[in-house]
Design a protein around this ligand. Structure first.
Ligand code: GCU
Length: 351
């Protein structure tokens, strides 16, 4: 499977390169019979790492539909799921060079492009899902964050909710002490590595696509993610204990090649931006539905045990990480402060 993916990725990359050499903006054409007119469409390529049933893919289908409904004579949107074009890190590089136009990635992958993105890897940054959602939907503030990667040629256009991250492993994790010595896969970012190590685990950063085999073969003992990783990515087949310790709410973001966006007319750009917003709404609705189904399926069909733990005990273990991050990275202080206003607002409302 891994080899097959690699072969597909190489073939696609070569095809894209050939496409780019001829004319960067043409890859398909409609010829009218008997007439000389040729309508050339610009192919918009989007890469992501989820399955075609995942809420994010469904959100992107909406993006495609909307763009093609409004600008179908000029643009065709192609979606490449399942890390077909490579890991998120690789796909970001492809977006940066303009070989593709968009990539959907977790914010930890952007930490190397703009240090402000470390904020989302901070354990227990948000104290409730309501606060998290309100903060992410504060578009005036988020705009500043989204523009922070401009000088690297990338611009975030929207975010997707992928729930709360939790530890899951081959053995039950009931308390933070149970993590001691366990090899736990984290996303490829220094902040995520520090967090897992602070919990007492041995952090093992690797790409998402490698996690299933790594758990199966005992290279790692477990990982951390949302419920859909168990079902959509089948990790529930190899890790049977999922603990609700809720250490992070990390958004996924749709990242565009900035040159592409800047090359659009104002009207066209609005279509793409509206399409992005719509895809977020569709994804969110689908997420809420699928997360319930995933839990039920994992429990009943895969034999996964869900454990409700003392979240405060886990939080206490990594409060030092929050402090250290704020000390080391001046770029995250403003957003940390700003996000606290949402934490306070929703804490009060809950009382
Ligand atoms: C989630 C998230 C992905 C991320 C993955 C991971 O599935 O939606 O963007 O890549 O976790 O842990 O790598």
């Amino acid at each position: 499977m891994k080899h097959l993916k690699k072969i597909i990725a190489v073939v696609l990359s070569v095809c894209m390169l050939i496409g780019c050499v001829g004319c960067s903006s043409t890859s398909s054409s409609d010829k009218k019979e008997g007439s000389k007119t040729t309508t050339k469409k610009r192919i918009i390529r989007i890469a992501h790492s989820q399955a075609e049933t995942h809420p994010e893919h469904i959100g992107l289908l909406k993006f495609k539909k909307y763009v093609e409904e409004k600008l179908g004579d000029k643009y065709e949107v192609q979606i490449f799921p399942n890390e077909l074009l490579g890991s998120q890190t690789k796909a970001i590089e492809l977006t940066q060079t303009g070989a593709i136009d968009f990539v959907l990635a977790g914010t930890p992958n952007l930490e190397n492009f703009a240090k402000v993105y470390e904020i989302f890897s901070m354990p227990y940054l948000f104290t409730s899902e309501e606060a998290y959602h309100a903060a992410m939907n504060d578009s005036a503030y988020m705009k500043k964050i989204y523009e922070s990667t401009d000088e690297t040629g990338l611009r975030v256009v929207t975010w997707y909710n992928v729930g709360t991250r939790n530890f899951y492993a081959k053995k039950a994790i009931n308390t933070p002490d149970d993590l001691k010595g366990l090899k736990i896969r984290v996303q490829q970012s220094p902040a995520s590595v520090n967090m897992a190590n602070a919990f007492g685990a041995a952090a093992s950063p690797m790409s998402f696509g490698e996690v299933y085999t790594a758990i199966q073969q005992g290279v790692i003992d477990g990982a951390e993610n949302n419920e859909l990783a168990l079902t959509s990515n089948k990790h529930g087949e190899v890790a049977k204990y999922f603990s609700y310790n809720k250490h992070q709410m990390v958004p996924d973001v749709l990242v565009a090649n900035l040159k592409f966006l800047d090359g659009l007319s104002a009207d066209e750009r609005k279509v793409f931006e509206d399409a992005a917003k719509l895809s977020t709404q569709v994804e969110e609705k689908e997420w809420n539905k699928q997360v319930k189904e995933a839990k039920e399926y994992a429990q009943k069909e895969m034999g996964v045990k869900f454990i409700n733990v003392d979240v405060q005990a886990f939080r206490n273990k990594v409060l030092g990480v929050q402090k250290q991050m704020l000390k080391d990275n001046t770029n995250i202080r403003d957003s940390y402060k700003h996000f606290q206003t949402f934490n306070k607002k929703y804490e009060k409302e809950a009382k």
